[in-house]
Design a protein around this ligand. Structure first.
Ligand SMILES: [Zn+2]
Length: 464
């Protein structure tokens, strides 16, 4: 085994400049989702990145197949079982506040900067070159493989993974594989991901809007209605929420704005929910005994500041994956309806049906309706599963790090595939740079990932 590791190391070292340059070139393609064009379901930028990879894979000697702009597949070998790596080429918008240009592939101080550097272009390039090296060594007869190799490039991971859903309707599931799009040592489980709406018919002449996405802790909420401004201020001060609130008059109405702290929907306890602040204030401010008042009472009694679902009777928890977490992500008054959108990450041993049943039994007496938007069931592999054991071993050999496999609340491509788990590129203690300004990957990490991924691909190609 040792000599194969050395062989791989040498090959990757020889490819160092190619790996760096390819990552920088890919960052230069602004692959943010855009309006569809013919054959480009997620817009031109995303498609340019896909075509770039198609040419690269052909140059590297893989057989390629483009799935109508949704996904690109690169293959090597004839064995019926395979090892599959799945990376994504789309990126989230750059946002504001960058100190380097986000789409120029700037290389500085041992780092490659730009949107997608760590999520997920750098790791995808590292894994592709890792697979290329395994292919090359097999072609040269230096190693033998029991399984063929497959690389899948997806194009829509950041907004629903419609790419992989399309792809796996047309291609078989892999035998084993990984996606380089989360954390080391390895992700053995992903919690269930649920989005639903609670709505109630109301009347009342006011405006209410908070949050932008179900999976983000809302950092702002606005309420506009006919209320005495001084009374509003008194209530806010009684609740010690002055620092989180802005109150003023506009067009003869009183406007209240609450400010929270945004955080990822899987970590609501790291943020402060502006919608919860608003309902806390409305509990006292809104005096009319009507249907909206009932909704306010429901919110404060069954959600409020509770992010673990206890007050909704869904405080599920298990040994493998911990607690259910809940994020009240958006609220809107739409015509004569109030609509609250909630995102839940539920433990791997919990069943969706149990959550739905419990919630329905609570909302019934408030005459609130439930509407399911998305449910992605959890995934979980036992520690002694071939995939987990193998990937953990490879990571440990490279880093000496003894960390245990992780269960996360976020979702990766692993949910849409089968027999696939997330593996790297982030390591314990890393600065969180995905989706942030000044996103980067260090060149050391990029090359280490290429080596780890090449070894992992080789080991997974050996039958258990
Ligand atoms: Zn990603």
């Amino acid at each position: 085994m040792e000599d194969i590791k050395t062989l791989i190391d040498k090959e990757i070292d020889n490819l160092k400049e190619d790996i760096i340059a390819t990552t920088a070139q890919l960052i230069k393609i602004k692959s943010v989702e855009d309006k569809p064009q013919e054959g480009m379901p997620f817009g031109k930028g995303v498609n340019d990145a896909l075509v770039f990879c198609e040419k690269l894979c052909q140059k590297l000697g893989f057989e390629t197949k483009n799935f109508d702009g949704y996904a690109l597949e690169a293959r090597f070998g004839e064995q019926s079982e395979d090892v599959c790596v799945i990376g994504h080429l789309d990126v989230v918008p750059e946002g504001e506040g960058w100190n380097v240009p986000p789409y120029e592939g700037v290389i500085k101080d041992g780092k490659i900067y730009g949107r997608g550097a760590i999520d997920d272009k750098g790791p995808t390039v590292a894994a592709l070159y890792g697979m290329y090296v395994v292919k090359k060594l097999a072609e040269e007869g230096k190693i033998s493989l029991d399984r063929s190799l497959r690389f899948v490039f997806g194009t829509n991971e950041e907004s629903g993974s419609k790419c992989l859903q399309y792809y796996f309707k047309r291609a078989e599931y892999p035998t084993v594989g990984f996606t380089p799009d989360a954390d080391f040592p390895v992700i053995q489980g992903e919690k269930g991901f649920l989005v639903f709406e609670l709505s109630k018919n109301i009347d009342g002449n006011f405006y209410l809007e908070g949050g932008e996405r179900p999976n983000m802790v809302p950092d702002r909420c606005t309420f506009k209605g006919s209320f005495d401004i001084q009374r509003a201020k008194d209530i806010v001060s009684k609740k010690s929420l002055e620092g989180k609130t802005e109150i003023y008059e506009e067009d003869g109405m009183t406007v209240i704005k609450t400010k929270g702290i945004s955080a990822h929907g899987s970590l609501p306890f790291k943020g402060e929910n502006a919608i919860s602040y608003m309902f806390d204030i409305l509990q006292e401010l809104y005096e009319k005994e009507d249907e909206f008042k009932r909704f306010i009472e429901f919110y404060n009694k069954h959600i409020g500041y509770d992010v673990f679902g206890k007050n909704l009777n869904i405080g599920f928890e298990d040994q493998k994956s911990g607690k259910l977490v809940l994020n009240a992500g958006m609220v809107r008054k739409v015509d004569d309806k109030i609509v609250l959108t909630i995102n839940i990450r539920y433990p791997v041993d919990t069943k969706y049906e149990d959550i739905e049943r419990e919630i329905k039994s609570v909302i019934e007496e408030y005459e609130i309706d439930y509407k399911l938007i998305t449910d992605m069931p959890p995934l979980y592999f036992e520690k002694d599963h071939f995939l987990i054991k193998t990937l953990l071993d490879v990571y440990k050999e490279f880093t000496g790090d003894d960390s245990k496999p992780l269960v996360i609340g976020g979702g990766t491509y692993a949910r849409w595939a089968k027999n696939v788990v997330a593996f790297g590129p982030n390591m314990p203690g890393d600065e969180e740079v995905a989706h942030q300004k000044d996103e980067y990957i260090t060149i050391d990490r990029l090359l280490m990932c290429a080596k780890i991924y090449a070894n992992a691909i080789y080991r997974l190609s050996k039958k258990d």
